[in-house]
Design a protein around this ligand. Structure first.
Ligand code: NAP
Length: 681
């Protein structure tokens, strides 16, 4: 039996009432007990820095977040009620389009207030009221934030210092039930690790089976040069962990790996992990109501793990999709998929063929271009690119100082990066059935977006008409995954030793690539940056449920799950990042995982505090959800017929991968587990 960590108690502290009030106003049930920490970690570490050092740090700070921090420091709302305020809330514009003069004035006023806080021993006045917190959100959003959306952000920000998702009900489960409730989690990426943290808090025994040698999932696998996250790091991290350590606004793979290793150890999850162990199959046994999970360990021997429940946390972009191009086996040099980048291959000074230029190839090319003799990029479909000046930017020292020391600064920085990318509405992605623009736009709004993006790309290319024709997409903006960049991609394509080839590949030969027009491109190394088997969820594992139902047969090419989490005929089986939950319109997958893990833990709570054996989603509930899902997703830009190739689509061109729901809607649905949606035995 695993003891619940000591730090979890359920004494509400004063600030908790803020979150409870905001939830109540949105008609949302708050638990009557919460986890608290001894000290609110978001108040920042006390400091004694000299005025000059603080003044220097102020130069690096994000002023809208600073103004909110000053409300906490002084207890004075006038910081956000005056003329110094962000003018816009836009993705990756941290300063909210504030003028240089306004920012300078904010710094000038802030310095004595921060110094006074320091001189007073870094003691805070009483926390802002729920109304004040709501006002601060609307201040940063540059618009009134609705009550239900405020409740979602209040839960995410943990201004009370308590982890809103921490499990405090472990002792409600009788000890013998808990001891018998072993859960197998498949995968130790961000979602499996999170599941482990929550199971541990509940005192439920669990094993995480991970085929890699360490945690991090996609960040363990993807080590190609230039691999970095393109969701802001201060939001692409667990809500309950401080985020003052990131060295870049969009972190690279090694730093992300370190982060997941740190979190795994901090929460004591490592001892529950079986690394270098692969799940081969899982079968449900009706007689016992339990799962038998067959795994193969590092020495090749197999073992069967018994489980009351199984949580699949295998990720959706996990199994490399290696293309089937004639002659691949004839290539004499090194060749590998991008997710299996071979560090032993020295590509410097070589002729490098990069096949595929989606999110991955687009990061590899600019990173290696100066090191290779020749880089040939084979891109089947051109990509829309979205400007992001912060994409390769280091977090400056002053900003990191503020995150570490200024009360709630880091929290408000998280909010201002999350809010404009929070997918509050899906309407910009909806196809207007009355709009006909020959397939290059789905609506008037989408046409305007296309023009803006096309102009931004054209401006970077100058008068190079020929290259412009090769890079400009011929399908609606946002219909494939948008790529973010600070100009590195197009600058790379303009280099003398780089060539972008848009002609289809005919075959691979011993020493290069031949395109359909007969052109031969010599190559010493080939990297297949050709993506992943997105639609083939849980492949290649063999999952067998009730009445010998084989999951792959049930799904075919149309994988579905209720809320993307539970599947008819598969009792006590849960998916994280399952069908229909990938995000193309905002949010972060870690936030999405927090929603899903919360739901799964609620389901387990219901199961283990009753005398029932299993829960399975009702077929009618699942079917109704799936129908609503298809009705909705079919109207979205990602399903548009003009998109010929997309990992979002199945072989028939239908989408079963992406979420069509606004982020707050999904948050709400996963927040309250509804037992009536399930069959119990
Ligand atoms: P991808 O977006 O599916 O791109 C694969 C590339 O290979 C595309 O250019 C594709 O062309 C091409 N391709 C595939 N099969 C081919 C074939 N048989 N012949 C010729 N070309 C072929 O895969 P990815 O770039 O690895 O990205 C996958 C997902 O991973 C992304 O959507 C994103 O969710 C995630 N990702 C995120 C980041 C980040 O956060 N920064 C970085 C990398 C990946 P078509 O476009 O014509 O299909």
């Amino acid at each position: 039996m695993i003891a619940a960590p000591d730090r979890l108690t359920w004494e509400p502290q004063p600030e908790w009432t803020v979150r409870a009030e905001l939830a109540g106003r949105a008609g949302i049930r708050e638990p009557d007990r919460i986890a608290v920490t001894e000290r609110n970690p978001h108040t920042g570490q006390p400091f004694t820095d000299h005025d000059d050092a603080i003044a220097a740090a102020l130069e690096d700070m994000t002023i809208p977040a600073l103004l909110c921090s000053l409300v906490h420091i002084t207890g004075d709302m006038s910081w956000i009620r005056g003329e110094l305020r962000p003018q816009t809330s836009a993705l990756n514009d941290y300063q909210g389009s504030m003028s240089q003069d306004d920012m300078a004035e904010a710094r000038r006023r802030a310095l004595p207030a921060i110094a006074a806080y320091r001189d007073g021993g870094c003691v805070l006045p009483p926390p802002p009221s729920s109304e004040a917190v709501h006002e601060m959100m609307s201040f940063l959003a540059c618009a009134p934030v609705p009550d239900d959306v405020v409740a979602m952000f209040a839960e995410d920000l943990h201004l009370d210092g308590a982890d809103a998702g921490a499990i405090t009900w472990g002792d409600e489960i009788p000890a013998h039930v808990r001891d018998d409730a072993h859960v197998v989690v498949i995968g130790c990426g961000e979602s499996g690790l999170l599941a482990g943290i929550r199971l541990s808090q509940a005192g439920i025994p669990f094993t995480i089976v991970e085929k890699n040698a360490g945690p991090g999932g996609t960040w363990w696998d993807n080590r190609y040069p230039g691999a970095r996250v393109d969701i802001g790091s201060h939001f692409y991290c667990y809500s309950f962990e401080p985020a003052d350590h990131w060295t870049e606004y969009f972190s690279q793979h090694a730093e992300l790996r370190t982060y997941f290793e740190h979190v795994m150890r901090k929460y004591g999850v490592e001892e529950h992990c079986q690394f270098e162990t692969e799940v081969l199959s899982a079968a449900f046994d009706e007689a016992s109501g339990r799962w038998a999970v067959t795994v193969r360990g590092p020495d090749g021997t197999t073992e069967v793990l018994d489980a009351r429940a199984v949580i699949s946390a295998v990720g959706a972009l996990n199994q490399p999709k290696v293309p089937d191009i004639p002659g691949m086996e004839a290539f004499a040099g090194p060749s590998f998929h991008s997710a299996r980048w071979d560090p032993a291959v020295d590509y410097r000074g070589k002729r490098f063929a990069l096949i595929g230029a989606g999110a991955t190839g687009f990061q590899i090319a600019p990173t290696i271009a100066d090191d290779v003799e020749q880089l040939t990029v084979f891109q089947r479909t051109a990509q829309w690119v979205f400007p992001n000046a912060n994409y390769h930017r280091a977090v400056p020292d002053g900003e990191r100082w503020a995150m570490r020391h200024l009360p709630f600064y880091g929290r408000w920085f998280r909010f201002l990066t999350f809010y404009p990318g929070s997918g509050l509405t899906i309407e910009g992605s909806r196809i207007d059935p009355d709009y006909d623009d020959g397939g290059v736009a789905i609506s008037e709004q989408n046409r305007i977006r296309r023009e803006i993006l096309a102009k931004l790309m054209a401006d970077q290319l100058g008068d190079d008409e020929e290259l412009r024709a090769r890079v400009m997409p011929d399908y609606p903006a946002t219909a494939k995954r948008m790529l973010q960049d600070n100009g590195s991609w197009l600058a790379c394509l303009k280099k003398d030793n780089v060539e972008l080839v848009r002609t289809a590949i005919d075959r691979i030969v011993e020493d290069g690539v031949v395109t359909e027009d007969g052109t031969f491109y010599p190559a010493d190394v080939i990297c297949y940056a050709t993506g992943f088997r997105h639609n083939d969820y849980l492949w290649p594992m063999a999952i067998t449920g009730r009445d010998e139902t084989v999951l792959r047969d049930q799904w075919g090419d149309e994988p579905t799950a209720y809320l993307g989490i539970t599947i008819p005929n598969f009792p006590n089986f849960f998916c994280l990042y399952g069908p229909g939950t990938n995000l193309a319109h905002g949010g972060s997958l870690i936030f999405q995982s927090e929603c899903q893990v919360h739901y799964i833990m609620s389901a387990l709570h219901e199961l283990l505090t009753s005398d029932r054996r299993t829960l399975t989603p009702r077929a009618d509930v699942h079917d109704d959800y799936s129908q609503r899902y298809q009705d909705e997703i079919a109207q979205m830009v990602w399903a548009h017929k003009s998109v010929k190739h997309s990992h979002y689509k199945n072989p028939d061109g239908k989408v079963f991968t992406l979420s069509p729901w606004p982020i707050p809607t999904y948050w709400r649905w996963t927040r309250d587990f509804e037992p009536d949606d399930y069959e119990w035995d």
